[in-house]
Structure formats: structure tokens, C-alpha cells
Design a protein around this ligand. Structure first.
Ligand code: C5J
Length: 231
């Protein structure tokens, strides 16, 4: 029996179709969230991106329990930097550039400790992990093919940062026909005002890019699905 439940969301209720859904966790990497990483070297306030961590952990646990795919992305580059445009390497004139050696290994390089996931939100065995060179999780990755193969049409989106990789990925997913629900307390930015404006922009004009909701609204629905399963 198909399980479609309604989530209280902005700008209007979201139809959560659990048989065709996936949770996507964007760039929950040490380089973006922990001291000594790339983000801190750019002068960002890491305290602003901590609140989403336990929320994402809770959603990951719930989706795993329901058997719904959990997908993880990490923004990183090949060790030989062949997928790193010079413009990106030089952008922001950072103290440490992508590929340089930092306290947690080479900055944003695939396979290095710093570019890997924080323990709280790390993948479990069998989950799809995407290494992406850009902000868009569809660019130069197998994400679209993965989703099409599994008939996934609903994407629940979380991660950092709201106005960069999260927003870019949600816009690109929307253009590919996915119904996207961004979890408001499951994403963060180094700049709270950018987060706030991004959330508003995504749902403006009748949900021009998709929906947003608090995690508790989705978790309530997931709870109700469990009850259905148990009776
Ligand atoms: C950034 C990201 N902020 N994951 N990356 O450069 O949003």
C-alpha cells in the first residue's frame, strides 16, 4: 500500500511519499563544521552551523528505521586537483587554499580526515556517498541516475550551508522535477540572516523552488507511519 502523508510545511502542505523519498545530507564535513577546517580558515563563525547537527542525526535515524535511502554529499576534490578550477582555488584569498595541508589533512581533498564526515552525521554501511567538486550535488556526480533508478521523486534536504550548497542543490533538484522539502532546523549557515532570507526565497511565489518545514513536522508524520506499520 503506498504511504503518502501530509507534512505541515511552507508555503502549503507537503505530500511525503515515503516509497519514493530520500534524505539528502549535504556536506556535513569536518572542514565545514570543526575548528581547524577550511571554513574556519575563511573566518567563519562555526557556532552558527552546529544547531543542525543533532537534528540531522535524528532524521537520519528515523529514515534508516523506515528503510528510506539516506544520501550523503561531501564537497571535495581529487588529490591531483584536476577537478578544481583555478578560480575556485584562489577565491576569497584564504590563508589556506583548497589542497593545502591543514591541521586535519589537505583541505577539501577527498580521502583526507578533514574532508570526511563529522561523526554525528556519518554514513552507515550501504548508504550512497557522493564526492562533489561543486556546490550542486548533481554536477559531475551520479546523483540523478541513482535517484531515477530508484524511482525517487521526494527529496528531503538537510545540511550546510543553507545559501550555498544546500540552496544550489535544491534549485538543481527542482529543475530536474523533484519535490523538495528543506528542513528549516536541519540546515545552517555561518550567516543567520542569509539562512533566513534563503528559506523565504525558496518558498516564495507559491513554492517556486519547493517547501520548507520544521523537523518535528516531518518526524510527527514518520511516527504516524510507524504506528500504521505496527498495527
Ligand atoms: C560552501 C557548502 N559554503 N557546503 N560549501 O562553500 O555550502
Amino acid at each position: 500500500m503506498p504511504t503518502v502523508e501530509t507534512v505541515d510545511a511552507k508555503p502549503f502542505p507537503y505530500q511525503f511519499d515515503m516509497d519514493h523519498a530520500a534524505l539528502i545530507c549535504i556536506d556535513m564535513q569536518r572542514d565545514f563544521l570543526l575548528p581547524g577546517g577550511f571554513a574556519e580558515s575563511l573566518g567563519n563563525n562555526l557556532a552558527n552551523v552546529q544547531p543542525c547537527i543533532p537534528v540531522i542525526a535524528k532524521l537520519q535515524a528515523a529514515f534508516r528505521k523506515l528503510g528510506i535511502p539516506v544520501i550523503h554529499t561531501k564537497e571535495c576534490h581529487k588529490p591531483d586537483l584536476s577537478d578544481l578550477p583555478t578560480a575556485k582555488r584562489n577565491r576569497g584569498n584564504p590563508k589556506q587554499k583548497i589542497g593545502d595541508k591543514g591541521p586535519m589533512g589537505r583541505i577539501l581533498i577527498d580521502g583526507e580526515y578533514g574532508s570526511d564526515f563529522i561523526d554525528e552525521n556519518a554514513p552507515v554501511e550501504g548508504e550512497f556517498v557522493i564526492s562533489k567538486p561543486g556546490k550542486d550535488a548533481f554536477y559531475d556526480t551520479g546523483l540523478h541516475e541513482y535517484l531515477m533508478k530508484r524511482n525517487i521523486s521526494n527529496l528531503v534536504i538537510t545540511g550546510v550551508t543553507t545559501e550555498v550548497c544546500v540552496q544550489t542543490t535544491m534549485r538543481c533538484a527542482n529543475d530536474r522535477g523533484f519535490d523538495c522539502l528543506l528542513i528549516e532546523d536541519g540546515c545552517d549557515s555561518y550567516f543567520p540572516e542569509f539562512k533566513e532570507v534563503t528559506l523565504r526565497a525558496l518558498v516564495a511565489q507559491g513554492g517556486i523552488v519547493g517547501w520548507t518545514a520544521q523537523s518535528e513536522e516531518l518526524l510527527k508524520v514518520i511516527e504516524s507511519i510507524w504506528k500504521l506499520d505496527w498495527t
